[in-house]
Ligand binder design. Sequence first.
Ligand SMILES: Cc1cc2nc3c(=O)[nH]c(=O)nc-3n(C[C@H](O)[C@H](O)[C@H](O)COP(=O)(O)OP(=O)(O)OC[C@H]3O[C@@H](n4cnc5c(N)ncnc54)[C@H](O)[C@@H]3O)c2cc1C
Ligand code: FES
Length: 253
Amino acid sequence: MKELTCTVKYNACIARGIYAMTVALPEEVAVRCGQFLNISTGNPANLLKRPFGIMRVNGKNVTFCYQVKGEGTRLLSEAKGGERLKVTLPLGNGFVIPEGAKRIAVVGGGVGIFPLLSVIEQIADREYYSYIGFRSAEYACLTAEFGAASKSLTVVTDDGSLGGKSNAVSAFLAEYGRVKPDLIIACGPPVMLKALKTQLNERGITTPCLVSLEERMGCGIGACLVCVCKKSDGTNARVCKDGPVFDIDEVEL
Ligand SMILES: Cc1cc2nc3c(=O)[nH]c(=O)nc-3n(C[C@H](O)[C@H](O)[C@H](O)COP(=O)(O)OP(=O)(O)OC[C@H]3O[C@@H](n4cnc5c(N)ncnc54)[C@H](O)[C@@H]3O)c2cc1C
Ligand code: FES
């Protein structure tokens, strides 16, 4: 984990309220797909950095995408090229994709699609069957990138304005029998991950499934316990340090 000062190279709106930012680091940093960074907002009054999944690393350039939610992300959206921000990375465990997993189902909802793209672009020697869902067409982004890196891509929206009217979990389960994945990786809002867990259990599907969780965070480095989640065995885990990636059976959703 390094604490560095990076320079904003690119920061642009790619869908409604969603931005892609590329920052240049002063040195190359090794990052595993699914790890995240913590970045300052550009306003020293905001003491806490904000966490975002690392989507792409290209030499010293690191790209992440973010949805404008509150004050911190609004400030980030206004950052101009050349602006200098403090960044801590890489954080968290990231996805460890077993060698034996050849057919991988990718299930992503909303901003949860960003860390999943890092997996399918970085570990390219597998067959990916991607199911990504958005609220509506105006929130859809990175569909071309998912299409290029996947054997098949299904895009759905809540209102049917792009692709079928469905959600990523239902779209995936409708094709489960055809695809027969040997691993599922998923990231999205808590309600989506809960639905995925419930439906896998109800259908008796025992395919290994890794989920990347999002919790409110404070320090991002395991010290403050703001991000604690409940594990199925009754113990707690810190999403920032022990996660954000867990086996779906390991955590309460
Ligand atoms: C591991 C991880 C990866 C993430 N990856 C992405 C991503 O790739 N793209 C994306 O759009 N969003 C991502 N998020 C969510 C993103 O961090 C929040 O939307 C963002 O911090 C909101 O900041 P804000 O100042 O605009 O909102 P405010 O609500 O004003 O934030 C106030 C405080 O709460 C914290 N906070 C608020 N919401 C969240 C949240 N959902 N998760 C963690 N901390 C939160 C903020 O960091 C800040 O300290 C991720 C969160 C986590 C934990
Ligand atoms: S955010 Fe502080 S322990 Fe996880």
